[in-house]
Design a protein around this ligand. Structure first.
Ligand code: URP
Ligand code: ZN
Ligand code: ZN
Ligand code: ZN
Length: 467
């Protein structure tokens, strides 16, 4: 605590400040982009009156897809400029997209090209994960060690998607590299063989509408793969992040693995607490807007995910922002998409709506505390992924801050959003609480719903991850 004499570049006064130690009324003093004082009656060159607002760590969205290669003729709807603009407007200060090598590109070449695309474009900071889609000797023996040494200390493996999925033996080899080099493995857990069987059967029966995407990827498909992934982590002796957990049975597999002493982290996303498979059954082709994997389930699984959030079974709440345009042949309306759900690009946009949805459904409705909200949306992401200077309102951390108006009510609508998609799955969804100002390293990047200032976002190298 310091008194009147302290000088700061910026002081945020009057807010209720959410720190890892609890929420309290105080001022936040910022100098050179860092939080240097938490106290009262602070003075600064710029004074931000945040009376009536809540100050929280800027959102870290550790699961987004930006400008990722998506197959012949398909294009993601966001580049780095539009994705991070949407992220900042949704109260985020850092997003973590994935480097996916294109055909005949090495992981190292893909990373260089991807970071070059981001350079000078970002309104938030970024920090990239890698996608390991091939367990070849160059990827495992050279590219991964070199990239991990550069601070790209996490990678995702897929148990589904032809062309991306790895065999169990390959996942174990990748986990060995993670263990040896100090990186964290993320897994997309769905049983591809079971999905192929169900998908082919659905198509043969003429069940080709978007809703059959959900019906061909039922809960047991995810539960089995989650069991297998956590078992592989147990065999390899590594920590594991299970991303986009959609249901109670998969979460139960994670609980069991933890009980066996496996270090497993779990992520869930807004779609699994707000959407159901019925949203894929919307009239006409509208259901395609909600096609993502794993698919949204039912209200009973939503309740299981809520129980997990309330009980602390989830470490992180991310968006899995994976934006495609709806009325677009390069997006959801890809050639053949109306003939079979198989051809609909997977993924939904959500980087701008993640925080308002969890705040409204969680905090405003009294299910989770402000501290839990900050942990699920920022602090735990920083801790787990090695973002040492990020994720908490504490002296010494980067001044990455979001100011919330907990009383602001509105209906989510596409016209207000800043992403490159031409729709939101949450059109008309009513929320209480909305971010009104976002500061990245002390500089305002969003005010009253509008992006502000230059693209000051940087790529952040991360610390190695302890096994
Ligand atoms: O459907 C989804 N989630 N698409 C994004 C890629 C992934 O699997 O996370
Ligand atoms: Zn995935
Ligand atoms: Zn059910
Ligand atoms: Zn994803």
């Amino acid at each position: 605590m310091q008194g009147q004499l302290s000088t700061h570049d910026t002081v945020i006064s009057g807010a209720r400040v959410v720190t890892p130690a609890g929420a309290a009324q105080c001022d936040i003093g910022i100098r050179d982009g860092r939080i240097v004082t938490l106290g009262t009656d602070l003075s600064g060159n710029e004074m931000i009156d945040a009376t009536g607002l809540i100050a929280m760590p800027g959102g870290i969205d550790s699961h987004v897809h930006i400008a990722q290669p998506s197959g012949p003729g398909i294009e993601m709807a966001d580049d780095f400029a539009s994705a991070t603009r949407a992220a900042a407007c949704g109260g985020n200060t850092l997003v973590m997209p994935f480097v996916l090598p294109d055909e005949d590109q090495s992981l190292r070449e893909a990373t260089v090209a991807y970071l070059a695309r981001a350079e000078g474009q970002c309104l938030t900071d970024i920090s990239c994960h890698l996608i390991v889609k091939s367990a070849d000797p160059v990827t495992l023996g050279q590219d991964l060690p070199a990239l991990i040494a550069q601070g790209l200390t996490s990678f995702k493996v897929f148990m589904t998607y032809e062309g991306m999925r790895l065999k169990d033996s390959e996942i174990l080899q990748v986990m060995d590299v993670a263990k040896g080099q100090g990186a964290l493995t993320l897994v997309h857990a769905e049983n591809e063989d079971a999905i192929e069987y169900l998908r082919d059967k659905a198509e043969r029966a003429g069940d080709t509408a978007p809703v059959f995407h959900a019906r061909s990827r039922p809960v047991p498909v995810e539960r089995e793969a989650t069991h297998r992934a956590t078992t592989l982590a147990e065999v390899a002796g590594v920590p594991l992040m299970v991303v986009h957990v959609s249901n109670g049975a998969a979460l139960e597999e994670i609980r069991r693995a933890k009980d066996r002493g496996v270090k497993v982290y779990a992520e869930t996303c807004p779609q699994y607490i707000t959407l159901t498979a019925d949203d894929l059954d919307r009239a006409g082709f509208e259901g395609a807007k909600c096609v993502c994997s794993p698919p949204p389930r039912d209200t009973h699984e939503q309740a299981a995910i809520w129980a997990g959030l309330e009980q602390g079974a989830f470490d992180v709440f991310s968006s899995d922002h994976c934006p495609f345009r709806f009325a677009d042949e390069k997006g959801k309306d890809a050639p053949g998409a109306r003939d079979s759900f198989r051809n609909i690009p997977n993924g939904i946009p959500g980087v701008e709506t993640r925080l308002p949805i969890l705040f409204s459904e969680g905090v405003s409705k009294g299910r989770i505390s402000l501290e839990a909200f900050a942990a699920l949306t920022a602090t735990n992401h920083a801790r787990i992924y090695g973002l040492t200077n990020k994720g908490a309102l504490m002296v010494g951390k980067d001044a990455d801050i979001v100011l919330w108006d907990p009383t602001l009510t509105k209906a989510i609508t596409q016209g207000d959003l800043h992403h490159g998609s031409d729709y939101t799955p949450w059109e008309g969804f009513a929320v209480t609480g909305w971010p009104v100002r976002t500061l990245l390293r002390g500089q305002t990047v969003m005010e009253n719903g509008a992006p502000v200032g230059a693209a000051i976002g940087r790529h952040i190298a991360r610390d190695k991850v302890a096994a």
